[in-house]
Design a protein around this ligand. Structure first.
Ligand code: ADP
Length: 406
């Protein structure tokens, strides 16, 4: 018997068996029967022409009919149906045909079912990848929106805090002047000093918040002018040596090849970036520890390193600390001292240093084997600055790093 005739002969029992097996409920079975009839017509064509591609339209339709929850749960819908169809076909062929006819049919159908199985698997995977990509894109848009509202919140609160802060500072100065030469004002002087110290700290936080929002909105305007690393080191040493001394730490600034090389940069902002990193090194190193600031000349860049003998940083947090509010540990437990051991802060310093280095066309990163408050493995921060022979134009893409020997 020809293959075609065998297929025609088993059509009715095949439809009955497969629909019974795959669809529960009368309504569903009817819809399913229509689909199976179509599948069978195409199967006949595929067997006759020897081209399994005849099944493509129905396979695509079935793959695309997957619901969102099936896509989400990684359920494959078509492959289990196809394997049921293949199994039931074997049984029906055995039941309805002579052995030889049944073997012939099975031999002819197996490559077609294998093709259908592979193709629907590929298609389902592609559809799932497309579904996940669109889910990811939605999540990214949501995150962008959240980040923008966080940035707006920072910008608005920093500017709103600025006005009352200026008022308090103004009144404190007036009070200070008022009691300046009055002996009876001695007690008041201590109180006013307290207000001034508090407002100064608040001022630092507000300034940092403003810088963070400038960096977030890519509005950090750099004033490029001639700049020498060794001159910055002198100012940093004047500023921070007393703080390190208080903590009985040694703070050493080294001379290195290239530290006296002129480059165009914004010295105030560079000072700020380095100061944040060195102040952190002091903060996260115990009393008696060592902090060493060094550097080297690379091709087109100067690299400054700040190495401490402090608590160190776990590798998994070494990127997070450069994000705004990227401080580690419980935010409620911090002491907010600016130089106290592990004094903590709002977690803005390193994100500002990163923003400043990147605005210069440079970068910043940290190396540490991990955090250990007994072994004190320490951390080394690297700050990479391009060497510029002239100030860049409006955009940093104009920056052409100098060769080291220029
Ligand atoms: P903070 O105001 O908390 O100091 P930063 O942005 O300056 O904020 O630093 C973020 C976090 O990075 C800190 O809270 C601290 O956990 C970690 N960190 C920064 N510098 C060091 C360092 N030298 N050693 C160990 N941890 C550090």
């Amino acid at each position: 018997m020809k293959l075609h005739d065998s297929l025609v002969q088993i059509r009715e029992p095949w439809l009955e068996r497969v629909s019974q097996n795959l669809a529960r409920g009368e309504g569903v079975r009817q819809v399913f029967l229509d689909q199976l009839n179509r599948f069978y017509d195409l199967l006949l064509q595929a067997v006759e022409s020897g081209d399994p591609g005849w099944l493509n339209p129905v396979l695509t339709e079935w793959a695309e009919a997957r619901t969102e929850s099936e896509l989400k749960d990684e359920d494959t819908a078509v492959s289990p149906i196809l394997s049921q169809i293949a199994q039931q076909t074997l049984i029906v062929a055995q039941e309805e045909l002579e052995t030889e006819g049944s073997l012939l049919l099975v031999n002819a159908l197996m490559p077609i079912f294998t093709y259908a199985y592979e193709r629907s698997g590929q298609q389902e995977t592609m559809l799932r990848v497309a579904f996940l990509s669109s889910e990811l894109e939605d999540a990214r848009i949501q995150l962008d929106r959240l980040d923008r509202s966080k940035s707006n919140f920072i910008a608005v609160s920093a500017h709103e805090l600025k006005t009352p802060l200026t008022l308090i500072q103004g009144y404190a100065t007036m009070l200070h002047d008022e009691i300046q030469d009055k002996p009876e004002g001695e007690d008041m002087r201590t109180l006013i000093q307290g207000i001034e110290n508090g407002t100064r700290r608040l001022q630092h936080i507000v300034d940092d918040l403003i810088d963070v929002s400038l960096i977030d909105n890519q509005e950090l305007a750099l004033k490029f002018q001639p700049c020498w690393m060794n001159r910055l080191f002198v100012i940093l040493e004047d500023d921070l040596a007393p703080v390190a001394e208080e903590r009985k730490q040694s703070l050493t600034f080294h001379e290195f090849e290239g530290c006296d090389q002129m480059t165009y940069a914004d010295p105030e902002r560079l000072y700020q970036a380095l100061r944040n990193v060195i102040a952190n090194a002091i903060k996260y190193t115990p009393n008696g520890g060592d902090i060493s600031v060094d550097g080297r000349l690379l091709s087109g860049f100067i690299e400054v390193t700040v190495k401490d003998s402090g608590i160190g940083i776990e590798p998994e947090y070494q990127e997070q600390i450069f994000e705004k509010f990227g401080r580690l540990g419980n935010p409620i437990l911090h002491s907010s001292g600016r130089s106290k051991f592990k004094g903590g802060g709002p977690g803005l310093g390193l994100s500002i240093s990163k923003g400043i280095m990147e605005a210069h066309g440079g970068s910043i990163w940290v190396e540490s084997s991990g955090q250990d408050e007994v072994e004190m493995p320490g951390s080394t921060f690297h700050l990479l600055l391009p060497l510029l022979a002239e100030p860049p134009g409006d955009t940093l893409s104009n920056v052409q790093p100098l060769e080291a020997d220029q």
